[in-house]
Ligand binder design. Sequence first.
Ligand code: THU
Length: 160
Amino acid sequence: MKNFEIKIPVERYEEASELNTNDFLLLQQAREASLLAYSPYSGFSVGAAVRLKNGVIVQGNNQENAAYPSGLCAERVALFFASSRYPGIPFEAIAVTARTKARLISEPIALCGSCRQVLSEYEMLHGQPIRIIMCGETGPVVVFEKASDLLPMNFSAKDL
Ligand code: THU
């Protein structure tokens, strides 16, 4: 038996204003999208924005449903729309944020496992790393260089 470690580089910024201009603008778009979320059941409104290699930014937000599992996360709403509208155009980055009336979210918002899986597939498909920017309503930002860092040893087409 041998042990090995998986090390994941993470950038941490104390506040959003420290981000480079492109990432800051993408986060702004995610914040805007969170305002339009349909989240009557959780009251947790998530916004996502995907920047494509052609310069287009696609926004998405969570869409809930009375049959709970029928709803979809903000990230996948944005990613699936981006891929359906611009098939084959690589995704450069995604920004994710959230807001709720219950409290001020001042820590970075994590992506759920299903969204990480979907991101990983597009990253492999396009052969280009997707930068992942996570932030709350306020406070620090964490950035991962690529989707595979968020989901090491993921299941993919190669396993089928
Ligand atoms: N949600 C997202 O939109 N993205 C995530 O990565 C995690 C969770 C949504 C799903 C649901 O509408 C609400 O947040 C509470 O789980």
